[in-house]
Design a protein around this ligand. Structure first.
Ligand code: UDP
Length: 234
């Protein structure tokens, strides 16, 4: 398979068309942004770690009954994926209070939630990805009721699978963001799952092993990504 023209360059990835029908190629970069692009930097080796980790987790999720866009890892930074139409929603699942949730509700970071939560943001950089609910999503045509229900079911299933998987490796899955796409009428998991899109805390020390080290200038950013990668055996 060969990549042809570049279709899109995002904050952390480039997307290319390929000579194969229904297949795109994503290339993971070391670039990092936070606060809707206000903070910019690079995290050395991040692209390689995120590519491998996302592909690894997507294969585990496939086995657990979550359809994904994963096709084949092509190189350290490149993966073939199914060509989807992205549903313009960021789907966030939380197990423990952190980040915007803690700020908004005045609940200390690290407070375990009684049940996992689910929320949606409308993917729109100009608006800063505002939080919306299912009725808004349907009303603005972002997704149908059936799609929202399927996305919600899959998001909680992803949470169950990943919580157990990370727990076995001494990591607490605090929260994460996923995105879904439409592929021949089916909703499938797309984008990535990595320390860029999850909060991952060491189960014992509660040390942050994710992009919050970059967002909050905590130092040892590369080390954290490498530690997660090592614990996952990648
Ligand atoms: N997240 C993400 N992309 C975004 C916003 C959030 O991947 O544009 C992830 C983030 O890494 C965290 C979870 O979603 O794992 C919840 O983030 P939160 O809403 O607390 O936002 P933040 O505090 O990061 O602004």
């Amino acid at each position: 398979m060969k990549k042809t023209e570049q279709l899109y360059e995002g904050k952390a990835k480039k997307v290319y068309a390929t000579d194969t029908e229904d297949v795109y190629l994503v290339e993971y970069k070391d670039d990092a942004t936070a606060f809707n692009g206000l903070k910019k930097g690079t995290i050395g080796g991040k692209g390689i770690i995120n590519n491998k980790m996302s592909n690894h987790l997507f294969q585990i999720l496939e086995k657990a009954g979550v359809p994904t866009h994963y096709v084949k890892e092509l190189s350290d930074r490149e993966t073939a994926v199914k060509k989807v139409e992205i549903v313009p929603l960021e789907v966030i699942v939380r197990n423990v209070a952190a980040g915007s949730f803690s700020k908004k509700l005045g609940i200390a970071e690290g407070t375990k939630l009684l049940v996992p939560t689910l929320e949606f943001s409308y993917k729109n950089d100009d608006l800063g990805d505002p939080m919306i609910n299912d009725y808004y999503a349907i009303a603005i045509g972002a997704a149908t009721r059936a799609e929202i229900d399927r996305i919600s079911e899959l998001a909680f299933r992803i949470n169950d699978v990943l919580c157990a998987y990370f727990a076995e490796r001494g990591i607490d899955l605090i929260d994460f963001k996923v995105e879904f796409g439409r592929f021949h009428g089916e909703i499938i998991l797309a984008d990535e799952i990595s320390p860029d899109t999850c909060r991952l805390w060491d189960s014992g020390t509660h040390e942050k092993l994710d992009k919050d080290r970059f967002r909050r200038d905590l130092g040892k950013v590369e080390d954290a990504y490498q530690e997660v990668s090592k614990r996952l055996g990648l």
